[in-house]
Design a protein around this ligand. Structure first.
Ligand code: HDD
Length: 712
């Protein structure tokens, strides 16, 4: 099993490595001069005084009162009293990682951005994934949008791509963001629910705001319960511009495609995980990096020539619309690999400050009114969250590019600016720092000189008016299984809404406009009449389905990083365990041996076999698949364990591939489970292969009907 002690061979890390990775990592880290290592150092106060006693405060006599003069205790407690900073108003719960970006080749024809010119160049990145609704301590597996924010530390300055794992958004104009967030957040009177949207204020808002329909159906789909952070797509959402050295601009949409494929949890699994391991996604990301199974994404763009801006049946500036990949395929630009965990969660993941307004020459904004508002909001929020306008000096936010200018002072200023002239132009300091011309060879930033001739108005363009046709496209592009999950999600969420008029409005005025069958199914589960027709005319799109939207088409090759539980007990056949583990390790799966307790298992051959965890300690929801090893006695032991039987039944119910040695058949008999395409028994390499193939399909979807009949 790959572990920190036993990392996979370089050759197993297909596609993620370059020969000089270690050097590059060392080089990138050496740029971060702020990392502090206390190894071998004396304990001192913040003023540098060595501390002799960190156990006892200063007092008048052993049993006497504490003394105010105890500067050591006062300093320590004062600092502690102020350890918390305000959490992010949205996206408070997050997990971060370092890595690098590397272009596949030069993309000079498309953009002059330096980090996209040279395939040899590795640009450091820091990524923060997040949920949106819940506070810092909320569960990872709630139904929610996931933030996907990437900070590229390019030589020309920081570029932040602050995206989500869904390609659209709830609203079309930033002025509505506080309304939306107030509606989705826990309700103000009782601060419930934590981490979810299944409550009245959210559904009240979205049922009154039809522009949210497309994004809401994404959040009711399996995309909102990702299996892990490394199995999510990422999207820049808005249309941006890329500009080449000749000044030619193209519209682009940014995409991240995970090497590990796009996979999701089942809803029952997600809910259980929120209790069994609230840090499920954070832990998965951390462990994947620690064991050398580096998450990787392909970075790409959909490119629309300037002159084609108006050739679509939607507006490129409308953030509630995708450009279907069938119309404009994604052009791959490079890859991102996450290969280093933070040293300090607070200093890095909590203090990192993203802003969509952080761009570099060769990239520019579009006039998307949601993006335009974001350009203001992020810097503004950091001022209260991170305590002033110097947050760019916090180590995790510092650009690797130099950043000299005339900005001075303010709270927590760290830089010690030398010289007398903090203004420009100046003659006193030789005129420095000076402007740089915008020519590509020079590198000064220049905004794209878009011609604008317009009235100053508060108006939405009529080209933003269709709110349903793409929601419909999404629904109709889903497999029947995915559609069923969407019906269940709407039913569950609306079922939690107390007010019947809100439920009815969502069904009649939103869902009926997306798809009448969807509306009828949700209505049935809510005990409402099925709507006969929609409330608006929804344009029929020439594109009836977009296969690129269905996760069924987005699985990875192979099972690298999939987690497999191998159940063992006293009397297990250790040769069989070896053979299974070898077969799975050859595919770079991550294997855990689970016993009835943490005690080593006595094998049939008389050896002691160490286990990784107990069956009770690592429930089946933590795994992608399960194998039961051979052994007559061990099977008897498992048959006598309620935990083991529950583990298997739950794995079956969650449609997980299961493999059992022939001798373990009595377990299936006891549970009344029938073999299927993903429930296999046998002891030969052919069975292992079939098991691995079933894992490659992620779940045994054909089992869904049989599994539903089993009590949860
Ligand atoms: Fe936002 C955080 C993504 C619209 C205002 N947003 C934040 C984060 C992500 C996004 C990933 C967390 C960054 C991190 O990890 O620190 N936000 C989006 C996307 C949007 C979007 C993809 C639409 C396409 N956001 C949006 C609007 C506004 C904001 C319209 C305000 C007008 N977002 C914020 C914020 C946050 C934030 C309040 C909270 C913490 C922070 O910025 O740094 O300013």
């Amino acid at each position: 099993m790959p572990s920190k002690k036993n990392p996979p061979k370089e050759s197993q890390l297909a596609g993620t490595q370059t020969p000089d990775r270690a050097n590059t990592n060392a080089k990138l880290q050496s740029l971060e001069v702020f990392r502090s290592d206390a190894t071998g150092q004396a304990l001192r106060t913040n003023q540098g005084v060595k501390v002799a006693d960190n156990q006892n405060s200063l007092r008048a006599g052993e049993r006497g009162p504490s003394l105010l003069e105890d500067f050591i205790m006062r300093e320590k407690i004062t600092h502690f009293d102020h350890e918390r900073i305000p959490e992010r108003i949205v996206h408070a719960r997050g997990s971060g990682a370092h890595g690098y970006f590397q272009a596949y080749k030069s993309h000079a024809a498309l953009t002059k951005a330096g980090f996209l010119q040279d395939p040899e160049k590795m640009t450091p990145v820091f990524v923060r994934f997040s949920t949106v609704q819940g506070p810092r301590g909320s569960g990872d597996t709630v139904r929610d949008v996931r933030g996907f924010a990437v900070k590229f530390f390019t030589e020309e300055g920081n570029f932040d791509l602050v995206g989500n794992n869904m390609p659209v958004f709830f609203i079309q104009d930033a002025i509505k963001f506080p309304d939306f967030v107030h509606a989705v957040k826990p309700e103000p009177h009782n601060e419930m629910p934590t981490g979810g949207s299944a409550h009245d204020t959210f559904w009240d808002f979205v049922s009154l705001v039809p522009e949210s329909a497309h994004m809401v159906i994404w959040t009711m789909s399996d995309r909102a319960i990702p299996k892990s952070l490394r199995t999510m797509q990422g999207f820049g959402v808005h249309t941006f511009r890329l500009i080449n050295a000749k000044g030619k601009s193209s519209f682009v949409k940014f995409h991240w495609k995970p090497k590990a494929g796009v996979r999701s949890l089942l809803w029952d699994e997600a809910q259980k995980l929120a209790g069994k391991d609230a840090d499920y996604h954070r832990r998965d990301l951390w462990e994947a990096i620690e064991t050398g199974n580096y998450p990787e994404w392909e970075f790409g763009v959909q490119i629309v020539a300037e002159e084609d801006e108006h050739k679509f049946d939607f507006d490129l500036l409308d953030p509630t619309k995708i450009i279907p990949e069938e119309l404009v395929p994604v052009t791959p630009l490079g890859k991102m690999v996450l290969n280093r965990n933070p040293d300090n969660f607070f200093a890095e993941t909590e203090q990192v400050a993203f802003c969509p307004g952080h761009i570099v020459p060769g990239i520019d904004f579009s006039n998307d009114p949601l993006l335009q508002g974001r350009l203001f909001s992020y810097t503004d929020t950091q001022i209260s969250r991170l305590g002033g306008p110097n947050f760019h000096e916090i180590p995790i936010n510092r650009p690797l590019a130099p950043n000299h200018n005339g900005q001075r002072d303010a709270l927590h200023r760290v830089t010690l600016d030398k010289g007398r002239a903090s203004y420009e132009p100046n003659s006193i300091d030789g005129g420095w720092p000076k402007e740089t011309p915008a020519a590509a060879s020079e590198g000064g930033f220049e905004s794209y000189p878009e011609r604008i001739e317009a009235h100053k108005v508060r108006q939405r363009s009529p080209s933003f008016a269709d709110h349903f046709s793409q929601a419909r496209l999404f629904y109709r592009s889903m497999s029947p299984t995915e559609q069923a999950h969407i019906v269940n999600a709407y039913s569950f969420e609306l079922g939690k809404v107390e007010r019947v008029d809100i439920r009815r409005r969502e069904v009649n005025e939103i869902l009926a406009n997306i798809d009448l069958k969807l509306a009828a199914q949700v209505a049935a589960s809510l005990g409402l009449p099925a709507p006969k027709k929609g409330t608006v005319n929804v344009p029929e799109l020439p594109l009836k389905q977009s296969p690129a939207l269905s996760q069924m088409n987005l699985l990875s090759e192979g099972i690298r990083g999939h987690k497999v539980a191998v159940l063992v007990a006293d009397g297990v056949d250790d040769k069989h365990v070896d053979a299974v583990v070898k077969a799975l390790e050859a595919e770079s799966a991550q294997i855990k041996l689970l016993g009835l307790t943490l005690a080593p298992v006595q094998t049939a051959q008389g050896k002691l076999l160490a286990v990784d965890a107990s069956i009770e300690g690592m429930p089946s929801v933590l795994f992608d698949a399960v194998w039961v090893a051979a052994g007559k006695t061990s099977t008897q032991a498992l048959l006598g364990s309620g935990d083991a039987l529950h583990f298997l039944l739950e794995a079956y119910k969650h449609l997980k591939p299961m493999g059992l040695a022939s001798e373990a058949q009595p377990l299936l008999d006891r549970l009344g489970l029938k073999s299927d395409g993903g429930l296999l028994s046998g002891d030969d390499p052919k069975t292992y292969k079939a098991f691995i193939n079933a894992m490659g399909k992620h779940r045994v979807w054909a089992r869904e009907g049989a599994a539903e009949a089993i009590p949860a």
